[in-house]
Design a protein around this ligand. Structure first.
Ligand code: MG
Ligand code: MG
Length: 256
């Protein structure tokens, strides 16, 4: 069942989303060659706790980190580690969730570490733009799969592939609620979007094939062909006339 959020719930989700965006800003500023992903985890967790929230991911299904930190061919769910050190030219997807007074915000961004090559730059740009292509359809009276279709269409036009094993999701009192939001499919299917629905929309895009594989730690998900992968996500709420992005700092064009 897809829950409809009340005004009070939406205002709490705005605060949760704001805290997620603050944590992203701090992590972005900390990213540089030589830094470990565990350090980035600590930076995010500090911001979340200072703002009277808790990291949504820590302990979720046994996940050990406050963030997911996924380098290069890691698609999602990279476990923060002092052994994972950023190098010049890497790309790193940071996924952050925060729970404020019982409500969650969830957002991901992929960053360049220093100077990156053109292919990686294009992957980041296309994945970010795919999120916004999907968001164009996050409006009342559209079908959910209009969002999914727009994301896949844009990605395929740009000669990359979407990941199919993981999806976006509803969000609110739980980090993951109904509905699942695939990043592919035909338009015109699934539930009709309504004012008050809160959705986490999150394209995961591979430079190579769409297939992925989960490593032995049961979390780290890599591309099967070991090509690069990028991930962007925002939590949004459907309004009367469109949507509001909750995980964004005022005045910034995207994310942080
Ligand atoms: Mg996320
Ligand atoms: Mg999510």
């Amino acid at each position: 069942m897809i829950t409809i959020k009340s005004e009070r719930e939406i205002s709490l989700m705005k605060q949760a989303g704001f805290i997620v965006a603050l944590a992203h800003k701090a992590v972005k500023e900390a990213i540089k060659p030589g830094v470990s992903t565990l350090y980035l985890d600590q930076v995010a967790e500090k911001v979340i706790k200072e703002n009277n929230a808790t990291p949504s991911f820590k302990g979720y299904g046994g996940f050990p980190g406050s963030i997911c930190a996924s380098i290069n061919n890691v698609v999602v769910h990279g476990i923060p580690s002092e052994k994972k050190i950023l190098k010049e030219g890497d790309i790193i997807a940071i996924d952050i969730g925060a729970c404020y007074q019982g409500y969650h915000g969830d957002s991901a961004m992929t960053h360049a570490v220093g100077k990156i090559n053109e292919n990686r730059q294009r992957l980041l740009e296309v994945t970010q733009a795919a999120l916004y292509e999907g968001l164009k359809f996050a409006q009342p009276n559209n079908h959910l799969s209009d969002v999914s279709h727009a994301i896949e269409k844009y990605v395929l036009e740009n000669k990359f592939n979407v990941v199919k094993e993981f999806t976006g999701h509803g969000i609110g009192k739980a980090l993951h609620e109904d509905p699942y939001i695939p990043n592919f499919g035909e338009a015109g299917h699934g539930p009709v979007l309504k004012e008050g629905m809160a959705l986490a929309i999150e394209p995961m895009v591979n430079a190579g094939g769409s297939r992925v594989k989960i490593l032995q730690d049961n979390w780290t998900t890599v591309t099967l062909d070991r090509s690069d992968s990028a991930h962007f996500e925002h939590t949004v709420v459907i309004t009367k006339t469109g949507h509001i992005i909750l995980t964004k700092l005022e005045g910034s064009e995207f994310g942080v």
